[in-house]
Write a protein that binds this ligand. Structure first.
Ligand code: AMP
Length: 293
């Protein structure tokens, strides 16, 4: 494994409007990099990379400052911060995107600060695959590359995504997304097809049913910590990813890293946005990690 535990995290940083059966909240701090940075930063050395507009609230900067090793790679441009709106179905799992306003992300050309380009761990959270590739190419120390993606990129930028998969060590992907990527409706078949696209390892996320890790010779399943009232599922996958990568960077096994990610994700969904993540006590995190198998 790599010696340094610094994790560079690329993804969206935004303001979310979220509607679930438990209510509606506007302009919540969100974005894939935000959720992943908080999760990774609880135990690890997270370095977020992204862009915000000049309307980004100071509370957002406070959160990043608290959970990051440095925030030098968060660029502020004049213009609007990325905004996303989603409405969840009453079954709690499905959701519809109501709007996506790219704002300053539209013309974002991510640039890693030279002092952070030698990271050993690179988490490319969900964002346009061309941006993910650009950041990957700027890394100078052959990092372990963990990527997440979404249906949008599988549909609209399949070639860019395929080029990225070819340079990926670990792919994190939802069940419905891997079915779409591989045009297959069977997990084992889909995983084998996806492994042949480049990633050495794949974690398939099954939402409230846990996750499963596959490599050429391993198959490791993990359950969930049962949350009775899932108030807002937004970001749970990014939090799982951030927690998982921070576990690997700390030298934990794949299984223990998955447990860390799973426990953190269970906190994420207990309240809107990042609210509950910000109040996790070390003891309660350990308790949840211990209870998962
Ligand atoms: P998840 O629930 O894991 O899909 O993550 C939700 C987060 O992803 C929200 O905070 C959104 O701001 C962010 N998001 C939604 N759509 C996109 C997109 N097209 N690109 C990047 N981030 C997005």
């Amino acid at each position: 494994m790599k010696s340094s535990n610094k994790i560079l995290i690329l993804g969206s940083i935004g303001l979310d409007t979220i509607e679930t059966q438990y209510g509606k909240k506007e302009s919540l701090l969100g974005g894939s990099a935000t959720y992943a940075t908080i999760a990774a930063g609880i135990n690890g050395a997270a370095v977020p990379l992204g862009i915000v507009g000049d309307d980004f609230p100071s509370e957002g900067y406070d959160v990043f400052s608290k959970y990051s090793l440095n925030i030098n790679n968060i660029e502020e441009q004049s213009g609007a911060t990325f905004r996303w709106g989603g409405k969840y179905h009453d079954d709690g799992d499905g959701r519809d995107t109501l709007f996506t306003e790219l704002g300053v992300f539209e013309k974002f050309q991510p640039l890693i600060k030279q002092s952070d380009s030698n990271v050993s761990w690179l988490f490319l959270a969900n964002i346009h695959p061309a941006m993910q590739m650009s950041v990957l190419e700027q890394c100078t120390n052959n990092p372990v590359v963990i990527i997440d993606t979404m249906n949008l990129w599988i549909d609209t930028t399949p070639n860019e995504l395929r080029m990225l998969l070819n340079k990926t060590n670990i792919l994190l992907i939802n069940e419905s997304e891997i079915f779409e990527l591989t045009e297959s409706a069977n997990v084992e078949v889909a995983v084998n097809k996806a492994l042949s696209m480049g990633p050495e390892k794949i974690i398939v996320k099954f939402g409230s049913k846990g996750a499963r890790y596959f490599s050429s010779n391993e198959d490791i399943s993990i359950g969930v910590f049962p949350v009775l009232k899932a108030i807002d599922p937004t970001g749970a996958g990014d939090v799982f990813g951030g927690g998982f990568v921070s576990g690997l960077a700390d030298g934990l096994s794949v299984y223990d890293s998955m447990k860390r990610g799973t426990a953190l994700a269970s906190f994420c969904i207990e309240d809107f946005g990042v609210t509950r993540l910000l109040s996790i006590e070390p003891d309660e995190l350990e308790e949840r990690i211990d209870s998962i198998n």
